[in-house]
Design a protein around this ligand. Structure first.
Ligand code: SAM
Length: 244
């Protein structure tokens, strides 16, 4: 069955960036991924379709009202759980667990997802207590809304859906997949403004190429992100290539 991702957002149009382009667009078209939005404004009953109000205790900014979110999340979750599927509800928030490739892998195995994108100063805390299973952040900076964060999360998850990439091996070779950064890539022409492609890549010797790429990945990781190597159990070959 397709992975279902339900989104609760006051800006559903933003998600066409995900559903209409590139790898994620193709995954939607091919039925590997189903994305649907619920707009809390559709669950209001006043003339202005109000979804926010002033914060108790005073201070700047507005807070998202619990009730429209409650109804939107409940409908979204029912869709995500249709047919007895497992689902979890996630609030995108700078206070959540920070997303990394390990987190993306965990979420890609986690069944269907309901993602709540906040706006303003955030959402009424009681709504989080009642309906949210987990909070996730995409990094230590503050965005104006959870939509871009949700799209970052869904894009990264989609790459791990079997069949979503043209070539399933590419996800395995991407940065972080094996705890290392990716190697450098080259395409035609062989010589570009005086710069040549490393000779080994033209050799046709697959074993030499594999070793060169692995060595590159290790060297880059050591140079750019030594912190990644610390937690890693290197194979004998990797340890040797890193020494060379
Ligand atoms: N006052 C909130 C705080 O400091 O925790 C930030 C509110 S932020 C302006 C509005 C919304 O953007 C949040 O409700 C959340 O959904 C989203 N957001 C902001 N930064 C984020 C991040 N780093 N990761 C995920 N979502 C984020």
């Amino acid at each position: 069955a397709a992975k279902r991702i339900a989104l609760v957002t006051i800006f559903p149009e933003m998600f066409t960036a995900l559903t209409d382009y590139g790898i994620s667009g193709r995954a939607v078209k091919e039925g590997l991924l189903e994305v649907r939005c619920w707009n809390p404004r559709d669950f209001t009953s006043d003339r202005h379709r109000t979804v926010d109000d002033r914060p108790y205790g005073g201070g700047p900014g507005m807070v998202m009202l619990a009730e429209p979110l409650y109804q939107a999340l409940t409908e979204a979750r029912a869709w995500a759980e249709e047919g007895g599927a497992a689902a979890r509800s996630i609030y995108l928030s700078p206070q959540g667990r920070q997303l990394d490739q390990g987190g993306v892998e965990a979420l890609s195995d986690a069944g269907n997802l309901v993602l709540l994108a906040g706006r303003y100063e955030g959402v009424d805390e009681r709504l989080i207590e009642m309906l949210i299973d987990e909070e996730w952040s995409i990094g230590d900076y503050v965005l104006s809304g959870g939509e871009l964060a949700a799209m970052v999360m869904v894009d990264a998850i989609t790459r791990l859906i079997p069949g979503a990439l043209g070539h399933d091996q590419s996800a395995v070779e991407d940065s972080f997949a094996q705890g290392l950064l990716d190697c450098a890539h080259y395409t035609r022409p062989e010589e570009y403004r005086g710069r040549v492609v490393p000779e080994v890549l033209l050799s046709g010797n697959h074993e030499r190429i594999r070793r060169w790429r692995l060595k590159q990945a290790l060297a880059r990781t050591q140079e750019r992100r030594p912190d990644l190597l610390e937690g890693l159990a290197l194979s004998e070959e990797q340890a040797q290539l890193l020494e060379e």
